[in-house]
Design a protein around this ligand. Structure first.
Ligand code: NAD
Length: 453
């Protein structure tokens, strides 16, 4: 593919590496986003019916913050890291780590936060001194177009190119030789990406999905739990990779929790969410049909109505859900929240750990003991105690999955590290030469045994 070759040449011509240039490009990106803010907001409205508030907070503003954070620290991150500690036989030598860019990178983005999930990895790629090809989702064509126009105006294609299109385009890109692939999307496609990358031994970051549990213990601050769960679940109509997929609530507080949840949903979306002009729609008919089919035979206690013509589904809560039901068999990725109850937290833990490792987990409790128990015994990408989604917005924390929810991480400095190869260097002294390693006598072996234990 021509653009890949052009980017490789650009990279080898050292046109991505100077830190001053990286900073200039990040500043250009920041200004470009401000310039295109209106078009991007409109595109997000057209593709997903996102409100101006949600578009700014979860996509545009979020991305601007990530750029300003990166600009603030980039020079510091780029400096070789001195490694001061070393064993005795390194006397006279210096050790350090250089972060070097990989080269030509590929960023494949999904549709649910179609702007943010394409641009935030790009920030990391540029900050680390790489070139990038961005493949936005075909399911959000207006955002894809706006991204393409904006990035084409800001950067030469040898540095950043947008390749629009669907599965076939993605597949043909994956046949090219990249130096790094950053993929955000489903676990199923993540496996395909990794298989393609393996053919050329290309390192990958996989930001995938899964069923993220939320546990509400009996000692939780219930009003806050209900508010924060309603917010985290129904934002973007549940089409958030780290949205609470289901709630495990202690049987003693379940009834009260459901009452509070209903109130919070009403406060956030009104009595008729389907009439709410700012309520995000479901991405396409197939996804809408899949979601509504999950309601068949389920006990709906809140919401449940849908509007097929406008692809809207009310914030919906299910009660008396079991693991055998279809809604518990796959990632929901929509505004349906199943609730299950427990008496013994160990039973909930056993159920969760018997499933694939989730991308996120949320726990509502006032007990440090319960908190420690959950954090020690359940593996998951990241999460919050007494909140939902918020860990993702902390720029000093890494974000990523584990096991089937992904591998690798990014955000802030972690993005810079993800898109950099950590090159370790020992700079040896020439003033003297400790001859231990050259001598293979019995005495030397004795000394070596002491040194190397
Ligand atoms: P998807 O895997 O269907 O598509 C993601 C991207 O891959 C798109 O650009 C698409 O064109 C491309 N693609 C699709 N099929 C392909 C194939 N066979 N070969 C190569 N490329 C292909 O995912 P989606 O439906 O866009 O997004 C929803 C999923 O993404 C959910 O599972 C969600 O949890 C996950 N997700 C994860 C994160 C995260 O940060 N971990 C963020 C958002 C979404």
């Amino acid at each position: 593919m021509e653009v890949v070759n052009a980017q490789r040449k650009f990279f080898h011509d050292q046109k991505t590496k100077p830190v001053e240039l990286r900073l200039l490009r990040l500043k250009a990106l920041y200004c470009g986003i401000l310039k295109y803010e209106q078009q991007l907001t409109e595109a997000l409205k057209q593709d997903l019916n996102k409100s101006a508030f949600d578009s700014y907070t979860t996509e545009i503003g979020y991305t601007l913050k990530e750029i300003s954070h990166t600009i603030k620290y980039l020079e510091r991150w780029c400096k070789p890291k001195k490694v001061c500690k070393a064993p005795i036989y390194f006397v006279g030598a210096k050790s350090y780590i250089i972060n070097e860019p990989y080269g030509v990178t590929l960023i494949i983005a999904p549709w649910n936060y179609p702007f943010q999930l394409a641009i935030v990895p790009l920030i990391g790629a540029l900050a680390a001194g790489n070139t990038a090809i961005v493949k936005p989702s075909e399911l959000t064509p207006n955002v894809s177009k706006a991204l393409s126009v904006m990035l084409e105006e800001l950067f030469p294609a040898e540095l950043v190119a947008v390749v629009e299109g669907g599965k076939e385009v993605s597949e043909s890109l994956l046949r090219q030789k990249f130096d790094y692939i950053f993929f955000t999307g489903s676990t199923e496609v993540g496996k395909i990406v990794m298989e393609s990358a393996a053919k050329n031994l290309v390192p990958v970051t996989l930001e995938l999905g899964g069923k993220s549990p939320t546990i509400v213990h009996k000692d939780a601050n219930l009003p806050l739990a209900a508010r924060r769960i309603a917010w985290g679940k129904f934002l973007n109509a549940g089409q958030t990779c780290v949205a609470p997929d289901y709630v495990y609530v202690h049987s003693e507080v379940k009834k009260e929790f459901l009452v509070l949840l209903k109130e919070e949903i009403k406060k956030m979306y009104g009595v008729s969410p389907l009439q709410n002009k700012d309520y995000t729609r479901i991405i396409h008919k197939k996804h809408f049909d899949r979601l509504t089919s999950l309601l068949t035979g389920a006990k709906v206690v809140i919401g449940g109505e849908s509007d097929e013509g406008n692809l809207l589904i009310e914030p919906t809560v299910l009660d008396q859900v079991t693991w055998c039901m279809p809604v518990m068999k796959e990632e929901i990725f929509g505004p349906i929240l199943p609730t299950m109850e427990y008496d013994d937290i160990q039973v909930a833990i056993s159920e969760i750990v018997s499933k694939p490792k989730p991308l996120a987990l949320y726990l509502f409790t006032e007990s440090k003991k319960i908190e420690d128990n959950i954090l020690r015994n359940i593996s998951f990408g990241g999460g919050c105690i007494n909140d939902t989604l918020y860990h993702l917005t902390q720029p000093y924390l890494s974000f990523g999955g584990v096991g089937e929810s992904g591998m690798g991480s990014y955000h802030g400095e972690y993005s810079f590290q993800t898109f950099s190869h950590q090159k370790s260097i020992v700079k040896q002294t020439t003033k003297f030469d400790i001859s231990l390693r050259y001598r293979s006598s019995k005495e030397m072996l004795k000394i070596m045994r002491k040194l190397l234990k």
